[in-house]
Design a protein around this ligand. Structure first.
Ligand code: PLP
Length: 359
């Protein structure tokens, strides 16, 4: 298989895919695929509960938080979160640190009065707006931020303190990548397609008191309290996604848990940033060092005329999906959990070799 640096949908652990392949025709002694059976059946319900229990153990999720397995992608929840957490006339604070938090603002604005409390736009999202500059409103329904910006490659390395206002985090591209103090958050959500499983599944961890909020008038299917009351089976869940997420959680446990994964991710990112910084200017990271993401590493070549050759040759060498997002240009290597240290070694060796050959 290729070395896959895709930003998402992204690489899944090889062992997870192999196990899914083995179980494809006969899951759990049922004589059928997991996709072919009722979510109301005993086998599925047990698997679903185990996946939740494994996630709870991995992140030490406190009992006063509900775990939901939802659908709609993270984007749907940009809108659904204000519908649930904000009443008519309420405002919410948003920290804009890149493409995805800006998108969260534009989708939320239909349902809540958005206060952009801080923005990195003037710095082209190459730095994070310093916590001291945030203009937070103590009356806000919640504070929303994006701890890791997948496109701009900036990451908050500390959880911001926002006093008593619930902190809402879009962790689509950094969930399960390092140990996390869940108790600091009101709501965490993540599209699954980077560190969890296939797209179409959204994981949500929500403090139970927030489920009591009336929010806006809405159909039941949008109401998180209904999903929680029905164990995320208000309607047919994404059974395949839930199953694969469960396999990924087991794989994370087998690796030694999130602390081990966090160390590995730190080592991977360090290796790549060292290769960039140590290249004598051949490669450059545009992001301020203190804000550099461990998960998504954008970089440029000293001469953009070499981009095409870099992409062509890297693909020929089995290095997949290094093209940067069009909003940023250049290259981007995504280093999610399923990307091994070995993969990053192959990438950095390729980069050094390319630089020598193309001088
Ligand atoms: N938020 C972040 C941080 C992302 O990287 C993405 C990209 O997948 C999204 C939200 C959008 O997710 P989805 O495509 O699941 O709606």
């Amino acid at each position: 298989r290729v070395w896959n640096f895709s930003a998402g949908p992204a690489a899944l652990p090889q062992a997870v895919l192999e196990r899914a392949q083995r179980e494809m025709l006969d899951w759990n002694g049922s004589g059928a695929s997991v996709m072919e059976q009722s979510h109301r059946g005993k086998r599925f319900i047990e698997m679903a509960a185990q996946a939740e229990a494994d996630l709870r153990a991995l992140l030490a999720i406190p009992a006063d938080y509900a775990v939901l397995f939802l659908q709609g992608g993270a984007t749907q929840h940009f809108a659904q979160i204000p519908m649930n957490l904000a009443g008519a006339g309420d405002s919410a604070d948003y920290i804009v640190s890149g493409h995805w938090s800006a998108k969260a603002v534009s989708e939320a604005a239909t349902y809540v009065r958005v206060n952009v409390a801080a923005s990195g736009e003037a710095d082209h999202y190459l730095k994070l707006p310093a916590r001291e500059s945030w203009q937070l409103d103590p009356q806000a329904a919640y504070v929303h931020y994006t701890p890791n910006e997948t496109i701009h490659g900036v990451e908050f390395h500390n959880i911001p303190d926002v006093d008593a206002v619930p902190l809402v985090a879009d962790m689509s591209s950094n969930i399960l990548s390092e140990p996390l103090d869940v108790s600091r958050f009101g709501l965490i959500y993540a599209g699954a397609q980077k560190n969890i499983g296939p797209s179409g599944l959204v994981l949500m961890i929500i403090r139970r008191d927030l489920l009591q909020r009336a929010g806006r008038p809405m159909a039941k299917i949008f109401r998180y309290a209904e999903h929680a009351a029905n164990d995320s089976m208000l309607n047919t869940p994404n059974t395949w996604g839930w199953y694969l997420a469960g396999l990924t959680f087991q794989w994370l446990q087998e690796q030694g848990g999130i602390a081990v994964i966090g160390e590995r991710n730190r080592a991977k990112a360090e290796l790549l940033y060292q290769a960039i910084d140590g290249s004598g200017g051949y490669y450059r990271s545009p992001v301020e060092p203190s804000a550099r993401s461990r998960m998504n590493v954008p970089f440029t070549l000293h001469d953009a005329a070499l981009d095409t050759a870099f992409l062509k040759e890297s693909e020929a060498a089995g290095l997949l999906a290094l093209k940067g997002h069009k909003a940023v240009g250049g290259m981007r290597a995504s280093l999610y959990n399923a990307v091994s240290l070995e993969a990053v070694k192959v990438l950095t060796a390729f980069m050094q070799d390319f630089a020598q050959r193309h001088g």
